[in-house]
Design a protein around this ligand. Structure first.
Ligand SMILES: [Zn+2]
Length: 312
């Protein structure tokens, strides 16, 4: 069973001065509100689901739609996405970066990025909240991955040359805490590399409520560039650059088509989110709720079948 966490302050500036922007409903029961901080403009989910339940949700996340299914098509899709990130990775390291020692990938998922880029480092390792994904990364890919969340005692202080957060900060209930921990785990001349959605991007402006990042079951904070800079400064980082990438903004042909189809794409994402939620709720409760949403039931059963195949 799920419960909601208490109302959050703004995760960027701690203000409680806010205005409701959007409400989303899942399986007819879970209701989540995205609010706008009136002090700094960050959008955030006011009362996300409790972290304990979210950990079940993240297991369902990969069990329904991740490489842990060991389905070749899904693995190919995730590998392509890891390849794309390789470019982001290399293009954004500072010119003078030459510390290919210890690399920590926070929220490493199934470890495909770690596998892809790990060869460049002496000690690549990851940490991942989803148990099934952490297991896939260690047993199938042979990577060093810890199951859990990043806390002060997760790793030795001042031991990493590079810490990466690829589409991770938006998932954290307290992103500032995550970055503060990272700042302590970094060596004095270490670097962090962060990617996250940009609230002020062109695609968000056009898509409004149907922006693909607005998935409040899992994405809890929506930064704009100035908000991200504010968070980094408050966590003792300096000498950084922050920018909006073209992937998220105007881009030839395909993303533009995606923007025009924003609502249809959003509905697909929403149905998948409901299927994951149903899986996390467990058999009796989840199945009952799914019966009320036939389209989602179809997605849920189609995706579960191949997962069972792997488990047998
Ligand atoms: Zn704020």
């Amino acid at each position: 069973m799920y419960t909601y966490s208490t109302a959050r302050q703004c995760p960027v500036c701690d203000s409680e001065n806010r205005r409701l922007r959007y409400t989303y409903q899942y399986l007819g029961v879970v209701r989540l509100e995205i609010t706008k901080c009136l002090s700094c403009g960050t959008y955030y989910v006011l009362r996300p689901l409790e972290e304990e339940f979210l950990s079940k949700y993240y297991d369902a996340y990969y069990e329904i739609d991740g490489p842990v299914q060991n389905d070749p098509l899904t693995i190919a899709r995730y590998t392509i996405s890891a390849e794309k990130r390789r470019h982001t990775f290399l293009a954004n390291l500072p010119f003078e970066f030459d510390h290919w020692g210890a690399w920590l990938d926070v929220g490493c998922g199934s470890g495909l990025m770690l596998k892809n880029m790990g060869i460049l480092f002496e000690q690549p390792m990851g940490i991942e909240l989803s148990g099934s994904s952490a297991k896939f990364a260690t047993s199938t890919l042979g990577m060093k991955v810890k199951h859990g969340v990043l806390e002060d005692d997760s790793f030795q202080q001042a031991s990493f040359d590079l810490i990466t957060f690829f589409d991770v900060l938006e998932h954290a209930i307290n992103p500032k805490h995550l970055l503060l921990v990272a700042s302590k785990l970094l060596k004095p001349d270490g670097w962090v590399l962060i990617t996250t959605g940009n609230l002020h991007s062109f695609s968000r402006t056009i898509s409004g409520k149907y922006w693909r990042y607005f998935t409040p079951l899992q994405h809890l904070t929506y930064f704009h560039l100035d908000a991200l800079i504010m968070v980094l400064e408050s966590c003792n980082f300096h000498n950084f650059k922050a920018y909006s990438s073209t992937r998220e903004d105007i881009h030839p042909v395909i993303p533009l088509v995606n923007i025009l189809k924003a609502k249809a794409i959003y509905n697909e994402i929403h149905a998948l989110e409901e299927a994951r939620l149903a899986q996390a709720l467990g058999k009796s409760e989840g199945e009952t709720l799914l019966q009320q949403t036939p389209d989602n039931a179809k997605i849920y059963h189609a995706r579960r079948r191949s997962f069972y195949k792997m488990n047998q």
